[in-house]
Design a binder for this molecule. Sequence first.
Ligand SMILES: [Zn+2]
Length: 317
Amino acid sequence: MTTTAFPKIDLHLHLDGSLSIPFLKSLALENGLTMTDSEVRNAVTVSSSCQSLPEYLRCFDLPTRLLQTEKSLTLATFDVIQQLENQGLFYAELRFAPQHYTRLGLTQQQTVAAVLNGVNMAKQANLKIRIGILLCMFVTGSPAQNQETAELAVAYQNIGIAGLDLAGPESAVPLSEFETLFHYAYLSDLPFTIHAGECGNYDNISKAISFGARRIGHGCAARFSEECMRLLEREQIVLELCPTSNVQTKAVPSLFEHPIRTFFDRGILVTVNTDNMTVSNTTLDKEYTLLKKHFHFTDDELAKMSRTAALAAFARL
Ligand SMILES: [Zn+2]
């Protein structure tokens, strides 16, 4: 664990992409799959030759298959929170898509309750880290499934759920199809972020802002549009950037072309996050090291990003 002079905060972390290898291995065994550590790792960690977001998303197949019971969801949540506590994080927002865990008959509501039990387990174990949970709608989910997710997020607002998100293969469905659901969240005072301009067009970023998003998941594509970058500045929108993941999904062609330094220097509010600790084989400390080494960010500049993240947190800190 590296200590920093500022609180470490991760606003963009997917639960199912961040499970520890020992936890996944034991869960696999319970499901009749005998796997070695390296077999588990190969199944859930992206290869260095990953060419696209859909390829990256295949690393979620095994965790999704294993997290179909309330007990596994509760323990998975505890497993991730414990890792973050050990890494010295002050606050993290964990997100997950309830509709992915209903294959064996759980309702979305049961998956939410199971994850919140994991958060309570962490509290009872006296872990100090603060946690916010976001529910993800999924781009390729049915309208009914996504509506149910949005309604659950509103119903559980302030009793465990901090906000809403839309995740998945961004370009598969036009973002405009989700306008009504985000409008509903906006009118319900539920904060939300949207994966936009990750591997899709920058138009999705302005569209997400027009829905009322105050944070954008990734938003790397803003670099192609002066107008879009001005909009981010003017509206003080916070970008949840995840440098390692952004290179792996080809949101940016290489680390050197990552726009985080450009965005930061022109005054766009940026934060640094992991996206998926296991899939991307990263931690927040590794991301800080990357930013220092390749973009020459100073501790003061990283502290500024941490302040941005604290102010943009959906849970009350
Ligand atoms: Zn994400």
